[in-house]
Design a protein around this ligand. Sequence first.
Ligand code: UD1
Length: 395
Amino acid sequence: MSVAGARPNFMKLASIARAIEVHNASNKNPTIEHLIVHTGQHYDNRMSVLFFEELELPKPTINLNVGSASHAIQTAEIMKRFEPVLLEHQPDVMVLVGDVNSTVACALVASKIKYDSEQNGSLAEGQNSRGSRPLIAHVEAGLRSFDRDMPEEINRILTDALSDLLFITEEDAILNLQREGIAREKIYFVGNVMIDTLLKNLKKAEQLNSTVIRSDFHLNRGDGYALVTLHRPSNVDQPETLNALMGCLKTISSKIPIIFPMHPRTKGNLEKFGIYQRMSESNGILITEPLGYLEFLGLLRSARLVLTDSGGIQEETTFLRIPCITLRENTERPVTITLGTNYLVGIHLEEILETAFAVLDGRGKKGEIPPLWDGKAGQRIVEALINKMVRAAYD
Ligand code: UD1
């Protein structure tokens, strides 16, 4: 059983779902029955359904429909609604991806559940040596920003502490996990499932860029543009910070047009602080609704510069070798800086502008692709899970 709740989960899950389908089609034993639970943390068409369609993800078997709320209420609501689902289906393995509230909520439930052994027909009696709960596998484990003000950092630490298999995307994660007392044999360096999905969809996205996207955004072939995304509470929840960042984007837009697909949290706050109108009327800044996966990847592919506070986009730009300016004080993905094309500039306006102009002058990092970001992470995860299950059955 795997869990997806919020937008960045869907591309990660797509790689795993596909690897399971490929495994089943190869007629290798055992056949894997895969159930998908959607918590409903993200629910707008453009934040959820569109991704399932574009990524050809199987429809979720169960939707918990939790919606938005405070962290405590959202997490608690997912836990309450997920427990009966887990008891009903009694999966052998729970696959959890990323670091959103849905991830930690389901990890907490799965780690404390007690299956009724008479109902658990999937393993022969006595073979379920780990006891009466599923194995918990965390995909994208071990990333640390060392900033506990970020809700995602809390979600990462807790999910990793509760997991039996920790699948990592970059080698720094090994030390991070060992420092927290996690045994080395639980850690599997498998690569990056986001990059699996990117590779699978890149051609389609490029075709879309050369036709539909360019006409939608009134871009001619060869026109340069910068792409911006912002949604972290630390950047968008305070009027002073948000206002300053918007001023910075306006300055950059005097040199290059900016396309800004806007997260609902950011749009809501711009409206609340009375800044939205001014931004939407700015020459050189095109604000759009949140985009689908293919449309966004198509734009990313041809951007001259990306400014973001997203985690996943730091990785996607590194893979595509596009300069990325990360508007945060820290990153849990250091390989995007040491090997990739990422710059960590915080929200220091002068540094943002200086870096952006250097990149536009052609002085950006060229970068290298990190090890194992090769499109096969999902396959490695499925192989590791099967090996672990087989071993657990004979322990
Ligand atoms: C969540 C994740 C974050 C991830 C981001 C990607 C946590 C703690 N945060 O943040 O790690 O980077 O998703 O988008 O899990 N809203 C809508 N429609 C939706 C979903 C949300 O309008 O479909 C609005 C609501 O006003 C909601 C707000 O966005 O209150 C924030 O949504 P929420 O899921 O709480 O967090 P994100 O900021 O999206």
